[in-house]
Design a protein around this ligand. Structure first.
Ligand SMILES: [Cu+2]
Length: 446
């Protein structure tokens, strides 16, 4: 990673040359990149991602973005064939300071034309990256240069504006953070600043390449092209002010929900939210093409679930055309089928929780629908799910996973082992309390 950052003394030849692209091969959450050149700022941490180093060239921050096919591990046990930037999907995060002049070299190593749109930025029209409208598409193998001044601070993203349907279905996008150049009345100083993009893939069990024509029926719901249990936890110190920036480039909305704390939405991709327009929430809906920046004080120690509240989005690939079998007596049927198909299992007659412990034979390169191990057993999740870990002794600036929370004695839900009172429901209910059911009359066909 060092090459581009370390180029402090740039030779005349290098001035005319393309910056060497910095690549990342692992899906790990890299520690914050403290700026070694340019103005200082409090950096962000990209979940399961990284920040793109730059080189200074006569006062301009120069970046080199390479669009190319990549392999991305969505979670241990599954690798997807995606399109990304600089070795990963999503691409690296850009971090600059309000007022910075930036020059971005974009090399197209995709099999088709490309263009990069800088979502939310104020910039000259010809730098907006809409193929055909503001520039010719970048041909295969060619490099284009974008140059503009990062005029307003905030949370932004970048994504293709050439064959968007295919290129975004394949995982091409990234985040862009512009830090304020001086203390800003609407932008708080925080101790932890996380960012991620919401994404969705449709990958048939047993395969590795997304189906690019899918409009709504995606089967893998990700944060930064990772799915639970592959999404890293957000590790903070008790009392930290925490900011989390979330962008949505999927085809549906995602109500993002945090346990144990209230937060406020302090900004969108349109800028900081005025103080008088902020209110407390525990869930905020991130609409398609929107970004939300939430903030809270992490003042409750523990392992707090943090997830999309659409329950189908906290599952991995599953079949939706399965009949509801709750309450169905299948044991005898299952026994008879097992005589012909050893290992045949019935599912769903008592709910789906069994799926968390089931050792089902899965096709290669396929994640279980409900999975993940917690300290007390199967978590039974997938997709857009992670954990906010708040710890008293998490060192300042340390983002490493502190392990599972140890609840103080007497503060964890426990099993009742005393005698249960009798609950003779029907016998004690007064006659007047029986439900009156009025059936519709005279409407044939009902
Ligand atoms: Cu969702």
């Amino acid at each position: 990673m060092g090459a581009a950052v370390a180029a402090t003394s740039v030779s005349r030849v290098a001035l005319a040359a393309l910056p060497e692209p910095v690549l990342q091969t692992k899906p790990d959450t890299l520690p914050p990149l403290y700026p070694s050149t340019g103005r200082p700022y409090q950096p962000v941490v990209t979940l399961n991602g990284w920040t793109l180093p730059w080189r200074m060239n006569q006062g301009v921050k120069e970046f080199h973005l390479v669009a190319e096919p990549v392999k991305r591990e969505l979670a241990p046990g599954m690798v997807a064939n995606l399109w990304g930037y600089n070795g990963q999907s999503p691409g690296p995060t850009f971090e600059v300071v309000e007022g910075d002049r930036v020059r971005i070299f974009v090399t197209n190593r995709l099999p088709e034309p490309h263009a990069v749109h800088w979502h939310g930025q104020r910039l000259p029209n010809g730098m907006d990256g809409v193929a055909g409208l503001t520039q010719p598409a970048i041909p295969v193998g060619k490099t284009y240069v974008y140059e503009f001044t990062a005029r307003r601070p905030g949370t932004f993203m970048y994504h293709p504006h050439a064959d968007e349907m295919v290129q975004m279905a394949m995982g091409l996008y990234g985040l862009w953070i512009t830090h304020p150049k001086q203390p800003h009345p609407l932008i708080s100083e925080v101790q932890r600043d996380f960012c991620f993009l919401l994404n969705a893939f449709d990958i048939e069990p047993g395969s590795a390449t997304p189906k690019v024509m899918t409009m709504l029926d995606f089967n893998l719901w990700g944060w930064n092209s990772r799915v639970f249990p592959g999404i890293d936890s957000l590790n903070v110190r008790l009392g930290d002010r925490v900011r989390i920036r979330v962008g949505n480039l999927t085809m549906t909305n995602h109500p993002i929900h945090l346990h144990g704390h209230e937060f406020t939405v302090t900004g969108t991709d349109g800028g900081p939210v005025p103080m008088g327009a902020r209110w407390p929430e525990v869930t905020t809906d991130v609409g398609v093409g929107q970004m939300r920046q939430i903030e809270f004080i992490a003042d409750e120690p523990g392992d707090w679930a943090f997830h999309c509240h659409k329950s189908h989005h906290t599952m991995n690939a599953m079949g939706h055309n399965v009949p509801t079998l709750l309450g169905a007596q299948q044991e005898d049927v299952a026994r008879r089928i097992q005589q012909h198909i050893p290992g045949y299992m019935l599912m769903g007659d008592k709910g789906m929780h069994d799926m968390t412990e089931m050792e089902m034979p899965l096709p290669d390169n396929t994640l279980p629908m409900m999975t993940g191990e917690g300290p007390f057993g199967g978590v039974g999740m997938g997709g857009m799910f992670s954990v906010l870990k708040v710890r008293k002794n998490q060192p300042h600036g340390d983002y490493r996973d502190p392990g599972w929370y140890e609840a103080p004695a007497g503060t964890r839900a426990y099993e009742w082992t005393g005698t249960a009172p009798a609950t003779p429901r029907a016998a004690t209910a007064p006659a007047s309390a029986t439900l009156q059911v009025r059936k519709p009359a005279g409407h044939s066909g009902h």
